[in-house]
Design a protein around this ligand. Structure first.
Ligand code: FES
Length: 90
């Protein structure tokens, strides 16, 4: 299984993840605090903006519009990395 890096914009911290682990879970395992609530892609508490990299979802309609996805917003509680990512909290 491939492993990827998650970096938070403006922070020296980084987490390791893989294609099956949500970004939020990977951050939590690395001890990096990130806001979370529903953990199922509906409440948008965890919402982030991808500055680099791409994610995928196992659920068809995470709580983001097509426009938001196109603009680089993601929901780390249900997003999985497909490569190294850099993201910022919104
Ligand atoms: S925690 Fe609710 S959408 Fe991520």
């Amino acid at each position: 299984m491939n492993t990827f890096r998650i970096r938070i914009d403006g922070q020296a911290l980084e987490a390791q993840t893989d294609s099956e682990t949500s970004l939020f879970t990977a951050l939590a395992r690395a001890g990096i605090a990130w806001p979370v609530s529903c953990r199922n892609g509906t409440c948008r508490t965890c919402m982030a903006r991808l500055l680099q990299g791409q994610v995928r979802y196992d659920i068809p309609w995470p709580g983001l519009s097509a426009e938001e996805k196109a603009e680089g917003y993601c929901l780390p509680c249900v997003a999985r990395a497909v490569g190294d990512v850099v993201m910022a909290k919104v």
